[in-house]
Design a protein around this ligand. Structure first.
Ligand code: PXP
Length: 249
C-alpha cells in the first residue's frame, strides 16, 4: 500500500506510436489505442508533444485525446502563439513548455529561461488564466528553478537525459549526478513547485530516479514504445507501474 503523498505518477508519452503511423502516412498504429491500453494498464496520464512540424502527433490526435481518453493530458508544446491557441481551445490538464528546434531528433535539453522571460511569462499567464497547469521542462539547474518559480509555473519537469544516458552507457549510477538531481528536486519542492522528471528513462533508470521522493511524476516515452515491440505495451506499462510502486511503498 502506498501513502497518497508518496505515490509516483506515470505519464506515458505516445509520440512514437504516431511516428510509426506517420512513416506510412495512414492510420495504423493509432496513438489513441495506445493511450487506451496505457489507461487499462495503470498509467496516470498521457503525454503528447504537438511539434511545429507535426512529425508525430497531429492536431486531430490532440482533439481525440481530449474527447476520448479518460486520463489527464499533458500537452508538450513550444511557447508559440499557434500552440497557445491550440492549448486554450482544447484545455488539457497541463501544458509542458519545451524548447523546440526543427532539426533536433528529440527535446535535447531544457528551456533557456533567462533568454525567454517575456515570451514565457506571457504564455504561462495565458495558460494559467485558462485553468491549465503549466510545467516548464528545464535542465537540473538551481537558477532555472528560481526563474520558473518567479515566472509563476506550477511544475518543473527536470530533464534526466544526461543521467539516463550516462547510466545506459556503462550500467553504473553516477552518484554525483544522482545526488545533484535529488538536491535540485528537493530545492524545487521546497520553494513550492511540483516536481516531475523525464527523458531517456528505462526500467533501471526509472527505478533509481523514483528514489527521489519529492518527485510526483515521471514522463516516459521512447523506451516504453521500443520495449513494447518485444513485450507488448500493456506488459511494459504494468512493469513500470510495479517498479514505481515497489520503490515508493
Ligand atoms: N518529458 C519531456 C518534456 C519530453 O520532451 C520527452 C520527450 O518527448 C519525454 C519526457 C520523454 O522522453 P523519452 O521519450 O526519452 O522517454
Amino acid at each position: 500500500m502506498i501513502a497518497k503523498d508518496n505515490y509516483l505518477r506515470l505519464g506515458v508519452n505516445i509520440d512514437h506510436v504516431a511516428t510509426i503511423r506517420n512513416a506510412r502516412g495512414g492510420f495504423h498504429p493509432d496513438p489513441l489505442r495506445a493511450a487506451n491500453i496505457a489507461y487499462q494498464a495503470g498509467a496516470d496520464g498521457i503525454t503528447a508533444h504537438l511539434r511545429e512540424d507535426r512529425r508525430h502527433i497531429s492536431d486531430r490526435d490532440i482533439e481525440r485525446l481530449i474527447k476520448e481518453i479518460d486520463l489527464p493530458l499533458n500537452l508538450e508544446m513550444a511557447a508559440t502563439k499557434e500552440m497557445l491557441d491550440i492549448a486554450i481551445k482544447h484545455k488539457p490538464n497541463a501544458c509542458c513548455i519545451v524548447p523546440e528546434k526543427r532539426q533536433e531528433v528529440t527535446t535535447e535539453g531544457g528551456l533557456n529561461l533567462s533568454a525567454n522571460i517575456n515570451k514565457l511569462s506571457d504564455c504561462i499567464n495565458k495558460l494559467r488564466g485558462n485553468a491549465i497547469r503549466v510545467s516548464l521542462f528545464i535542465d537540473p539547474q538551481k537558477k532555472d528553478i528560481e526563474i520558473a518559480k518567479e515566472l509563476g509555473a506550477d511544475i518543473v519537469e527536470i530533464h534526466t537525459g544526461s543521467f539516463a544516458n550516462n547510466f545506459n552507457k556503462n550500467g553504473e549510477i553516477h552518484n554525483d549526478e544522482f545526488d545533484h538531481l535529488n538536491d535540485i528536486s528537493i530545492f524545487a519542492h521546497e520553494i513550492g513547485l511540483e516536481v516531475h522528471a523525464g527523458h531517456g528513462l528505462t526500467f533501471e533508470t526509472a527505478r533509481v530516479i523514483s528514489r527521489i521522493n519529492v518527485l510526483k511524476e515521471l514522463n516516459i516515452g521512447h523506451f516504453i514504445i521500443g520495449e513494447a515491440v518485444f513485450e507488448g505495451l500493456d506488459c511494459v506499462i504494468k512493469k513500470f507501474r510495479a517498479i514505481l510502486n515497489s520503490e515508493r511503498s
